[in-house]
Design a protein around this ligand. Structure first.
Ligand SMILES: C=C(O[C@@H]1C=C(C(=O)O)C=C[C@H]1O)C(=O)O
Length: 253
């Protein structure tokens, strides 16, 4: 859909579709235990020193460098975790439609997303332990981080649509830099409740063991549906709303 035709309904539809990517990402990651060395500062201290620091950082940085060359970050919906020193794109530029307000478009909260994912979310949905699969673990973390980042930064599009639909409602609070009022204006509790129920249901459907005999899967899921609901309620939606508020605060710049 052309950006200038975006509506609250169409951006919400995209958020619903993105739930699938996030839940599949969580299921893939939950396949491995925590594998703590993936995040350890000292993991490669004995190697040939082609890099230092956590393996996940190395995997994300190197992947982003490659994707930057392929033009990924020219797309306003994509946000790198390591924007410093990214190589230039080597592909012909695509003329992405400019839907966002330029001074607000550059918001990037990936640092918060990274810290939240590693320090708070992971231990809620993966088991303790170490099976040595650190590179595969980092690869599945990368997918989760990218899906979360895309969803949370989608808050910019949501905020732009909400602002365009009723600028007169938002302008006084933006001018007064009143975060609390902005948060109230952009919050739809009924929508949030529906999101939490739907993601739990999707986690049940996507995370069940599919067998050819009649036995059910004994209520066991690859990732706990109530945890998925909690990740959304406590972190993913609050971070999306944080992006919405930050965006609106710059909407009249
Ligand atoms: C994204 C929106 O803004 C808020 C954030 C929501 C979310 O992150 O899913 C849902 C409802 C709103 O409280 C929206 O209105 O759809």
């Amino acid at each position: 859909m052309a950006r200038n035709c975006l509506t609250l309904e169409s951006v919400r539809h995209s958020l619903i579709r993105q739930e699938d990517s996030i839940i599949f990402g969580l299921i893939e990651r939950a396949h491995f235990p925590i594998n703590f060395p993936t995040y350890s500062q000292s993991y490669v201290s004995n190697s040939l020193h082609t890099f230092s620091g956590p393996l996940l950082r190395f995997v994300v940085k190197e992947t982003e460098a490659l994707l930057a060359k392929a033009g990924r970050y020219a797309n306003p919906e994509e946000h790198p975790f390591f924007p410093e020193d990214l190589p230039p794109s080597v592909v012909p530029p695509h003329n992405f439609e400019k839907f966002l307000h330029p001074p607000a478009a550059s918001i990037n909260i990936n640092k918060d997303i990274w810290d939240t994912y590693i320090n708070k979310l992971l231990q809620l949905f993966v088991t303790p332990g170490d099976d040595g699969n650190y590179a595969s673990t980092a690869a599945s973390d990368l997918l989760c981080l990218q899906a979360l980042s895309r969803r949370i930064h989608y808050g910019k599009l949501v905020a732009e649509v909400k602002f365009r639909e009723s600028p007169q409602e938002y302008e006084p609070a933006i001018r007064a830099k009143d975060r609390d009022t902005l948060m109230k204006l952009l919050t739809f509790e009924k929508v949030e409740e529906a999101v939490m129920k739907r993601v739990a249901k999707k986690a049940m459907m996507f995370g069940q063991e599919v067998t050819l005999n009649k036995d059910g899967n004994d209520g066991k899921y690859k990732v706990d549906p109530s945890v998925v609901s909690r990740l959304y309620g406590d972190w993913i939606m609050p971070l999306t709303k944080h992006v919405e508020v930050e965006y609106l605060l710059r909407r009249l710049d």
